[in-house]
Design a protein around this ligand. Structure first.
Ligand code: ATP
Ligand code: MG
Length: 428
């Protein structure tokens, strides 16, 4: 590898100061320094502070090997197979420490790196220098190193220029790097949306044709990546880009098919967009968002298509919906694994689309008290907003709730040691 000379940005020419860095991350770096190791803040921590944003987490890069880091911190654990890392816990905060990754070559031990038949990196545990580490990272904006020893930022790849030009640029040959790890295509979209950057043309060019490679990524890894994409507060923009680059096809093939071919395609697209717009608004307002609602929205086009189909074949309403839910979920889970606690809630949200139509007598009063009512009602409103004719049902429930506010669920009373036992209530 040709030698990389870093551009060293001194303290007075960048905005990173110690009070913008988590004290735990500083502690980790100082301890590593005191034992004679190099240690830098790297990745999103540096990038976000340079852009005036608050980093989500702080990652440290060091020349100490994982076992050496682990030995230095009682509160740490070794994790990962694909990439060995050390997690150091400070209360609820976790600092991730990675050893400089090196370039794998013929001499490197075969047990330390491994590639799949598609050129995908399955393991990458060859250690190296900081220069080698920089070129193994994904995008230039993610490859800046801040030293808590001399307070300088080390820029090996002209990252600072890309930050100024607001560009997400792949390090090295984009095609090779996407082949090594197709998730980088999703990361490119995520950083572009999050930072309000453009994807540099050479970096975006291969995505369309390489999108199918996402099919080789384990379903469990994709669940985490999807949450990062859709819970970023930029879900609408990201969804449009996933469609544009045909990444959505690889992640949600059934839904994608429905969005392209069904006669109600325009309605379904509006429905998903409305749902994602709501999600973005909630995230920005710091309100909670459940992955179950998100996935219930994304997969609904296929559930609804199958439900209507089964009904037209004579299957009664409720079993048709249950069968459609089960079948649509099963197909989707082959691509993205959604934990069971969420799939159960998704099925409930869908089933409630029938329950909410039963508005005679005492039924509405019982429904409104169910834990799933709120999510199911929001889902119904979404269908209505997207232009589906639900016979004014959403409006009906809105009015019903104004007249009959749901009782606030009382918390269990606190018991103090010397409090008297409360008398038992008997209704008989
Ligand atoms: P954020 O935490 O805000 O999502 P980040 O850039 O810190 O963004 P992480 O997923 O925390 O992203 O990863 C930390 C760093 O590790 C990245 O900045 C990048 O340098 C490197 N990295 C992460 N994933 C990959 C990957 N798939 N390929 C190459 N480098 C990666
Ligand atoms: Mg990070």
């Amino acid at each position: 590898m040709p030698e990389l000379i870093p551009n060293i940005i001194p303290r007075d020419q960048h905005p990173i100061s110690r009070n913008l860095i988590s004290p735990s991350a500083l502690k980790v770096m100082h301890r590593l320094h005191s034992k004679g190791y190099e240690a830098f803040l790297v990745g999103g921590g540096v990038r976000d502070i340079l852009l005036g944003k608050q980093p989500k987490d702080f990652d440290i890069s060091t020349n100490a090997h994982p076992e050496q880091v682990h030995a230095l911190f009682k509160n740490s654990r070794l994790i990962g197979r694909r990439f060995k890392l050390v997690h150091i816990l400070f209360g609820r905060e976790m600092i991730e420490v990675a050893t400089f990754r090196g370039q794998a070559d013929e001499q490197s031990n075969k047990s330390e790196t491994k590639q799949s038949e598609h050129g995908m990196l399955l393991r990458d545990n060859v250690y190296g220098t900081i220069e080698e580490d920089a070129v193994r990272r994904d995008f230039t904006v993610n490859a800046l190193y801040y030293s808590a020893q001399d307070f300088c930022v080390y820029d090996f790849l002209n990252s600072h220029n890309d930050i100024k030009a607001k560009q997400v640029r792949m390090i090295g040959d984009p095609e090779t790097r996407y082949r090594e790890d197709p998730v980088r295509m999703l990361r490119a979209l995520r950083f572009a949306a999050k930072l309000n950057f453009e994807i540099e043309p050479n970096t975006s060019a291969p995505i369309l044709s390489m999108a199918p490679l996402l099919g080789n990524i384990p379903a469990a890894r994709l669940f985490d990546e999807m949450l990062k994409l859709f819970m970023s507060g930029h879900a609408v923009e990201i969804f449009e880009n996933l469609l544009h680059y045909k990444l959505f096809d690889a992640l949600f093939p059934q839904i994608s098919h429905t969005l392209n071919s069904n006669k109600q395609a325009a309605y379904y697209k509006r429905f998903i967009l409305e749902g994602l717009r709501n999600t973005d608004n909630r995230i920005r307002a710091e309100k909670p968002v459940t992955p179950a609602f998100l996935y219930a929205t994304l997969i609904w086009p296929e559930v609804n298509r199958q439900w209507q189909q089964l009904k037209s074949e004579g299957v009664p309403d409720f079993p048709a919906l249950q069968q459609a839910s089960q079948s649509a979920l099963q197909k989707q889970l082959a691509h993205i694994s959604i934990p069971k606690r969420f799939t159960l809630m998704m099925k409930e949200i869908w089933e409630y689309q029938i329950r909410l139509t039963k508005i005679q007598g005492r039924r509405p009063f019982q429904l409104i008290e169910q834990p799933r009512f709120r999510a199911a009602y929001d889902f119904l409103l979404l269908r209505e907003q997207a232009g589906e004719n639900v016979n004014g049902l959403g409006q009906w429930w809105t009015k019903f709730q104004v007249k009959n506010p749901a009782p606030v669920h009382k918390k269990a009373p606190r018991r103090f040691k010397n409090s008297k036992p409360r008398p038992q209530q008997h209704n008989k």
